[in-house]
Design a protein around this ligand. Structure first.
Ligand SMILES: [Zn+2]
Length: 92
């Protein structure tokens, strides 16, 4: 699916429509020192360490793509709920 880089959308802070910049959401980098990561690493050690079965065949062939809209006047960011797509391209 082709998505334009700029879209005219409603801004809840400005309470008007503005030409907003479109970007694709990407999950942040995982920190190894986070408590959940450390706990998971500790749980996986030893006999019977694998907590849940490793996915042999993923059920989904697509990934949910979330769009982020940034208002140019107030810099407020709004997100659109993820839609399943094979391919998403930001076009001019
Ligand atoms: Zn705004």
């Amino acid at each position: 699916m082709n998505v334009p880089k700029e879209m005219n959308r409603y801004c809840p802070k400005c309470k008007t429509h503005t030409a907003q910049k479109v970007a694709l959401y990407k999950a942040g980098k995982r920190r190894g020192s986070a408590i959940g990561e450390r706990r998971h690493e500790e749980d996986k050690k030893g006999y019977g360490g694998q907590k849940f079965p490793k996915l042999a065949k993923p059920a989904k062939t697509t990934k949910k793509q979330t769009l982020i809209f940034t208002c140019p006047t107030c810099k407020k960011k709004t997100m659109k709920h993820g839609i399943r797509l094979r391919k998403l391209e930001l076009t001019a």
